[in-house]
Design a protein around this ligand. Sequence first.
Ligand code: HEC
Length: 279
Amino acid sequence: MNLHVYKPHPNPMHCIVIMAGLLIAGQASAADELDLAIKSGCLSCHRGAEKLIGPPYQDVAAKYTGQKDATAKLAQHIMKGTGPTGLGWMKEGKASLPFMPANATVKPEEAIRLADWVLGMKGEIPGLLTYVTQSLSVTGAVGHKLDLSIDDLRKLPAQDLHEITVVSQSQATAGQTETFKGVLLRTLLEKAVILAPGRHDLKKIIIIARASDDYAIVFSWNEIFNSALGDGVLVYFEKNGKPLAEDEGRIAMLSTQDTHLGARHVRWLNAIEVRKAID
Ligand code: HEC
């Protein structure tokens, strides 16, 4: 376990805040910080070394290194966002959104931990690899439990789906088409054979898709087998012609026909569970 080291700070109020953070957080390890960042949604916009919607954390670290108050300043930006005019990361070509929206779920002591974590970043986010999944299980109310490697998935009937990116806060990535290659969830479930002995049992079946970071989403049998939505639910292992990077996989799932922003999307997919939801 890595002990988190906080530098002494000239402003006594700031020290009190940090101490409070320490008391609550206990001994934070890099893995805890990564969990916190995942839980707080930071990784949908940030990476250690790569530009995503937000700037690479290593560039943020380099910019603020040696500045006093860096932790407090970044913690404020993390909680409140950097709007409406932003701080200029996009103008420098290091972000694709002009400002960061507020991260409303992040508490003050968490923001301080995240700020220190970002300030220590040199290269890709440590520990990201522990979430990468190399296989997918299908279990629960099925006749044939499956445990599929990426090679096994590749041998199943493949499907290409295209999705047009829509980002509400910006025009920057809107309108770009991304191509996903994988296997329809429906195909996997047909292979596993859902067990539903009663006449109306299928209508009570739900399908839970879980990731290695405990993120989970739910589909119903009707959505997958009895509606057009099922044509767009893909377990994918390639994006734009390339195997998935650490941050997504190597196996992920996407529901391309969800119409609201925040479509069901599971990175690091590792388990599909079939269950009867009600009697
Ligand atoms: C919706 C996308 C998005 C999310 C989610 C997001 N960020 Fe950002 N972040 C950005 C963008 C864009 C910028 C550049 C902002 C600017 O130039 O004003 C940024 C900038 C930053 C900066 C640099 C701020 C500075 O003072 O220069 C830090 C640190 C940061 N983000 C950390 C986080 C953390 C930690 C989380 C999770 C709690 C998070 N971000 C979630 C998009 C996001």
